[in-house]
Design a protein. Structure first.
Length: 353
């Protein structure tokens, strides 16, 4: 079958920004339609970035960028139609465009923007992740701020807060003292205040980070399953810049100073910087774990069991917190310990050592 795109986005194509063949737009259009359709499915809406990532890995950067442009146009047309039909007004139309465009633009930049710097400067994937997550988190906060007074959004948030409050209260069981304490302090209003506080102090940023990372990994997995395409970048090779430990330390100090001085905005900024640093060290710790796992000659069944165990640990309350904390500490420890240094099986170069 004639190849219409470059099969490798890492530079094998002499011009990776060119679409070739009269049917070149067909896979791009399919990816764009899938992205918009997944966005509006409800249950699977968090996977709406996968088609754009798949087009970047399987084909080339031009495919991903054209898919993004077409998806943005299709989503804009649908949003305009829905806003006119449901009479949601210009605000609802603008917020829907903002949400979809910011996330798809950031994700396409992550997956395809760093090839040769024609559209964007050549920037390391880590920094593209940070920039996309910051933009997506800011978009979420803007949407929440604008829609906070709308009746539909307020009712949705209130119902979720009531659900969380009742779930925690019912978990107290027969303990009357604990149940009375939770009923007094864990009201829907306090839950909403806690959600807002967490969102401003890195919660929105971490959520977008997780969304981008999950969609990227699924895109890479699908590209390997259907086309046997591998990305040149692997988490096992990820290293945090050496000065990131200073960002972690200074952000902790800034949070304490902001608390003491009552400076809310600097404290919020410091919290978000801290969340970025923690996520980077978590990724480095995960890279160390993957590096160790891939260097061991495990049989396929044992490797499958290890992957299942990782999934169980991630989704097990309590255990996942301990595991994630351990990975963060592991990532921080690599600033001083050569945890991914290759083993030297031969004799020492200096006698007696």
């Amino acid at each position: 079958m004639r190849r219409v795109f470059s099969a490798n986005p890492q530079g094998d194509d002499p011009n990776p920004w060119t679409l070739r063949g009269k049917h070149a737009l067909i896979p791009v259009l399919i990816c764009a339609i899938l992205s918009v359709a997944l966005m509006r499915t409800g249950f699977l809406s968090f996977l709406f970035l996968v088609p754009l990532g798949f087009s970047a890995v399987v084909y080339n950067p031009a495919a991903a960028w054209f898919a993004f442009v077409l998806a943005a146009i299709l989503n804009g047309a649908l949003s305009l139609g829905f806003s006119l039909y449901y009479q949601s007004g210009a605000a609802g139309f603008a917020l829907d465009i903002l949400h979809f465009t910011v996330l798809t633009l950031g994700f396409t930049w992550i997956m395809a923007g760093g090839t040769n710097g024609l559209f964007f400067p050549r920037i390391r994937t880590m920094y593209r992740f940070i920039a996309a997550a910051v933009a997506g988190g800011a978009a979420f906060l803007i949407i929440g701020y604008v829609t906070r007074s709308s009746a539909g959004f307020a009712a949705l948030v209130q119902s979720q807060a009531e659900m969380l409050s009742s779930a925690y209260i019912s978990s107290s069981g027969a303990d009357a003292v604990r149940r009375s304490f939770l009923e007094h302090f864990l009201t829907p209003d306090t839950v909403m205040e806690a959600i807002t506080l967490i969102a401003l102090r890195g919660g929105a940023l971490a959520s977008v980070f997780f969304l981008l990372f999950v969609n990227r990994q699924i895109s890479l997995s699908l590209a390997w399953i259907f086309r046997r395409r591998r990305s040149a970048q692997s988490l096992s090779n990820f290293h945090v810049p050496a000065n990131a430990i200073w960002g972690l330390s200074l952000s902790l100090a800034a949070i304490l100073l902001g608390k003491i001085a009552g400076l809310v905005i600097p404290e919020i900024i410091a919290w978000n910087v801290l969340v970025i640093c923690v996520i980077l060290f978590l990724a480095q710790g995960g890279g160390i774990a993957l590096y160790t796992l891939t260097r061991r000659p495990l049989p396929p069944l044992m490797r499958l069991l290890c992957n299942v165990l990782i999934i169980v640990v991630v989704f097990s309350p309590g255990i996942n917190t301990f595991a994630l904390g351990l990975l963060i500490l592991l990532g921080i420890a690599e600033n001083w310990l050569p945890l991914r240094a290759p083993k030297q099986d031969g004799p020492a170069s200096t006698p007696g050592l």
